[in-house]
Design a protein around this ligand. Structure first.
Ligand SMILES: [Zn+2]
Length: 237
């Protein structure tokens, strides 16, 4: 989902505290973590085989994007919590389905976020407190979704793959290293900044890739973020 830089965001830096990530990562070794995830495969636990951007069905669409020279340090991954075919200018680039066909589209000028954004300027308001020098990408999907029921426009493997390939393309263009400080899901940002959850003012974008009965946890959100970065990296090897 989208988000402007809010008042509470002014004191928040754009850096993911390593200590927070480290704490979450170490918790994976606890029995509790594995009990909580029993019966479900860990997403992307293995390193995926190399993928090729030039083979992706949307490669022509990516090549048509306006990606001007300038400073972009971060990419944030979202879902829109809407239907498949409703692009939003809160993001710079979206993927979705239109009449059943996968598409990728630019929805905002990257130049507007190639600066320290302030409330008096226009910019793509994708991630609270993190919109400066940052691109937001979104998979149009997850209308009325919950962690247990992804609703009438669920995230699909094809849509997710398109989002990850598009992210890889952008990372390559701007020389962004695929690292948890630079490429994050909105859910990971929400974990770090204490707004992770299902309430309207909270976010859980891309914390879970398939509906499941068990409660959503911060550990799952961070685990999924790691798995997605491995798949993005597979496009850049
Ligand atoms: Zn979001």
């Amino acid at each position: 989902m989208d988000e402007p830089d809010g008042a509470q965001a002014s004191s928040v830096t754009a850096v993911m505290p390593a200590s927070r990530l480290g704490t979450a990562a170490s918790s994976r070794g606890s029995g509790l973590f594995f009990v909580a995830r029993a019966g479900r495969p860990r997403p992307g636990a293995q390193v995926p085989a190399a993928l090729h951007l030039s083979d992706h069905p949307l490669t022509q669409a990516f090549a048509a994007f306006d990606l001007p020279d300038g400073r972009i340090d971060k990419v944030y991954l979202h879902w829109s919590a809407g239907p498949y075919d409703r692009p939003s200018s809160a993001y710079h680039f979206v993927v979705g389905f239109r009449t059943g066909l996968l598409f990728a589209e630019q929805t905002h000028d990257v130049r507007e976020n190639m600066r320290q954004v302030t409330p008096d300027v226009a910019y793509a308001a994708h991630t609270r407190g993190r919109n400066s020098y940052a691109i937001g990408v979104s998979a149009l999907s997850m209308l009325d979704a919950t962690p247990h029921d992804f609703g009438p426009a669920p995230l699909t493997p094809e849509l997710l793959d398109a989002l990850l390939a598009m992210t890889a393309f952008i990372c390559r263009r701007y020389g962004i290293t695929v690292h948890p400080q630079n490429v994050l899901t909105h859910a990971e940002c929400a974990v770090v900044e204490n707004y992770f959850g299902l309430l309207p003012q909270q976010r859980w974008d891309l914390s879970r890739l398939d509906p499941a009965a068990e409660p959503l946890t911060e550990a799952e959100a961070l685990d999924t973020g790691e798995a997605l970065r491995r798949r993005i990296s597979a496009y850049l090897r």
